[in-house]
Ligand binder design. Structure first.
Ligand code: PEP
Ligand code: MG
Length: 323
């Protein structure tokens, strides 16, 4: 089985009828890059930088972060590398920040909300990223964006730090794309407005599902409601992809759903550009897509979009689209 998959390691990510996609990897630490390269990833679709901040006593300084980002970019040798700025809060806490206890941490002070408030922390990360940008193909991504103002503010801070570095004579890449995660329903609904301002969108289904179904992704009691194939999720994903494409932008997915064999045919038909997942899923996904014809699946899309429940969607894909 592994040997069968091995043949896909150096192959392009392309469907049976010649439609190209990118299959990228998700990482949490610079050393995880090896696993993505070993599995033939086309890039990094999500570097969860919060792991650089965890399991320690204090914030990582600019130098430490610079080294981590430079290492990842160099190892990727010019392949697209999406680095997500600090997404702390929710289930991931930093004891040394001594934040107040919250009733609903997943709805609270986290990710971009914290970064826009504690700008010293955010600016340090942005500087480190900008300085590392000349070592590869960096794309910066902001997490948990709910409003257009948040995106604008985060981007403005990035550009401000860039300007400072330029004045200091420190080289910075001129081709850094600036994008955002679509993982809050408000952002998915107005994806057309975001797509005018962001260079790319990446759908974070792990959070998007929990917020859309109002079902805590960590709570076993309500896990039956955590439904990737719920028609609401499929419609939101479709909305986001179409909005991005109408504005000439590319769109990825970096939640678990991107590597889910039931979801993959649907995402291919919806013309998702980039699928980002854990290293071990990459070859399976490339093999699955290689056997699927996008034009053949597209014929089923209208039918899938008319189904009423997640179970119906799952049964339909299993019956008609798994090869
Ligand atoms: C997501 O929410 O889908 C995502 C990729 O981010 P995380 O799992 O780190 O919240
Ligand atoms: Mg998330």
């Amino acid at each position: 089985e592994r040997q069968l998959l091995e043949q896909y390691r150096f192959l392009e990510s392309v469907s049976a009828d010649g439609h190209h996609v990118e299959i990228a990897g998700n990482i949490g630490k610079p050393e995880d890059v090896e696993m993505i390269i070993e599995n033939g990833g086309d890039g990094i679709g999500l570097f969860r930088t919060e792991f650089l901040y965890m399991d320690r006593q204090e914030l990582p300084n600019e130098e430490e972060q610079f080294t981590a980002y430079k290492t990842v970019l160099e190892k990727m040798q010019g392949k697209p590398t999406v680095v997500r700025t600090l997404d702390i809060g929710g289930d991931k806490i930093l004891p040394y920040l001594k934040l107040d206890h919250e009733m609903n941490p997943f709805l609270g002070y986290r990710a971009i909300r914290l970064c826009l408030d504690k700008q010293d922390i955010f600016r340090t990360q942005l500087r480190a990223l900008l300085r590392a940008s000349i070592y590869g193909n960096l794309k910066v991504m902001f997490p948990m964006i709910a409003t257009v103002e948040e995106f604008r503010e985060a981007k403005a801070l990035l550009l401000e730090e860039k300007q400072k570095l330029v004045v200091e004579g420190i080289p910075v890449s001129e081709t850094i794309e600036v994008g955002m995660m679509v993982e809050i329903p408000s952002a998915a609904v107005i994806a057309d407005l975001f797509a005018q301002e962001a260079d790319f969108l990446s759908i974070g289904t792990n959070d998007l599902i929990q917020y859309t179904l109002a079902a805590d992704r960590m709570n076993e009691k309500v896990s039956y409601l955590y439904q990737p194939y719920h028609p609401a999720i499929i419609r939101l994903v479709k909305t986001v992809i179409e909005a991005a494409h109408q504005n000439g932008k590319w769109v990825g997915m970096c939640g678990e759903m991107a590597g889910d064999e039931i979801a993959i045919p649907i995402l291919l038909a919806l013309e998702l550009d980039e699928f980002s997942m854990s290293g071990p899923s990459i070859l399976n996904t490339r093999a699955q897509i290689a056997k699927l014809s996008k034009t053949e699946i597209a014929v089923h899309l209208e039918q899938i979009l008319s189904l009423t429940t997640a179970n119906e969607v799952e049964a339909y894909v299993k019956k008609n689209l798994l090869k």
